[in-house]
Design a protein around this ligand. Structure first.
Ligand code: PLP
Length: 384
């Protein structure tokens, strides 16, 4: 067989996928595994969005659309950010892509030249460094500690800036930590981007899953140098529908669309229509978001208290649906600890290795309260 390209051969496979696969394999062989690995809501999408998808299929909204997304969806995105975030965009400043993932990939490809550095506070979501590497860039992690609730220190970010720095990524609420950065931290990071002429990439996919305090969009500080990354996956429970969007300066959006036009063209047309309805039918969508947020919050409280009571230190996250638990009482090596949890307690978690969170593991509580309580009982039995 001919060889695989060097850049893909050296690309790291995600440990989330590896642990998911192992959990699935155990399930298939009849073991009752509780999977706390998933990064997706366990709720069905709201009824009005399902209905809109049916309507799109029936009425023939099944053709290619403009590569950057339909005018109607981009207008709905403009209206959403004006209404909820007080941000002013035009449809030309919006691109719709196949999930937030493709928005991010387009962005790194459009921003970076070989050797450019991107500062990413850690623990971070595993796809940032992988995509930065694919775009020829270099990830510079700046560690945030559990003691600080995983909120990064802007002085440490400032100290990491070099003449090769091209962008800073912020992800609040964060995957994997659930941390919601205070606005003064976001403002200081945005100021650094302004002082050093950097792109600011703000991943806001978890905007609607915030339990305490108000969400502030980082883009509100310097919209002219910020790419706001958002999508339908998390807050609208539409993960498999693959709709993400980016809002930012028109030249950047145009460059991203140039790439997208050659790679995938438009995101799924049916899902674009359904997402437009999710954004425009605001009362129904808000009711769905309040209901799911309340369920996540109740689960968060149970899992954080439960893990801390078991001696597994777990900071209280203010958003998203993940907790980071210190597994060192099980084993100093987080991969060994996660493997022990999976094999002996039948609870699947993601070790922190790829998130740059040594000693920790990520547990997703986007699963039923009953499963969370059973998982806690199993972990207790293992520790006993
Ligand atoms: N950003 C973060 C922080 C995520 O956790 C995810 C998904 O897990 C994404 C972006 C991409 O989501 P999607 O491609 O489903 O829109």
């Amino acid at each position: 067989m001919p060889t695989i390209s060097g850049s893909i051969a050296k690309l790291k496979a995600s440990s989330t996928v590896a642990f998911n696969a192992k959990a699935l394999e155990m399930k298939r062989s009849g073991v009752d595994v509780i999977a706390m690995t998933a990064g997706e809501p366990d709720f069905q999408p709201p009824e009005h969005v399902l209905e809109a998808a049916h309507e799109a299929i029936r009425s023939g909204m099944t053709k290619y659309t403009a590569s950057e997304g339909t005018r109607e969806l981009r207008q709905a995105i403009v209206d959403k950010h004006a209404r909820e975030n007080d941000l002013t965009y035009t449809p030309e400043q919006v691109i719709v892509s196949t999930g937030g993932k493709q928005v991010l990939y387009n962005a790194f490809m459009a921003m970076l030249d070989p050797g450019d550095e991107v500062i990413v506070p850690s623990p971070y979501w595993v796809s940032y460094p992988a995509q930065i590497e694919l775009a020829g860039g270099v990830t510079v992690g700046v560690a945030a500690s559990a003691g600080e609730g995983f909120i990064p220190d802007p002085d440490a970010i400032a100290a990491a800036i070099t003449p090769r720095t091209k962008a800073i990524v912020v992800n609040s609420p964060s995957n994997p930590t659930g941390a919601v950065y205070p606005d003064d931290v976001l403002k200081r990071i945005a100021d650094l981007c302004d002082e050093h002429d950097l792109w600011l990439l703000s991943d806001e996919l978890y905007e609607h899953i915030v339990y305490e305090g108000d969400f502030t969009s980082t883009a509100s500080h310097y919209p002219e140098r910020t790419l706001l990354v958002h999508g339908a996956s998390k807050g609208y429970a539409l993960t498999g529908w693959r709709i993400g969007w980016g809002c930012g300066p028109a030249p950047l959006i145009k460059a991203m669309n140039k790439l997208q036009g050659q790679v995938t063209s438009n995101a799924n047309a049916v899902a674009q229509h359904a997402t437009r309805v999710a954004l425009d039918e605001i009362e129904l969508t808000r009711a769905f978001q309040s209901k799911t947020r309340a369920a996540y919050k109740a689960r968060r409280d149970v899992i954080v208290t439960g893990l801390n009571d078991l001696g597994l230190r777990t900071p209280t996250p203010q958003g998203a649906f993940y907790v980071m638990a210190d597994l060192t009482p099980i084993d100093a090596d987080e991969t060994v600890a996660a493997t022990t949890l999976l094999e002996r307690a039948h609870v699947a978690v993601v070790p922190g290795t790829d998130f740059e969170a040594p000693g920790f593991a990520r547990l997703s509580y986007a699963t039923s309260m009953e499963q969370i309580e059973t998982a806690l009982e199993r972990i207790k039995r293992l520790l006993d």
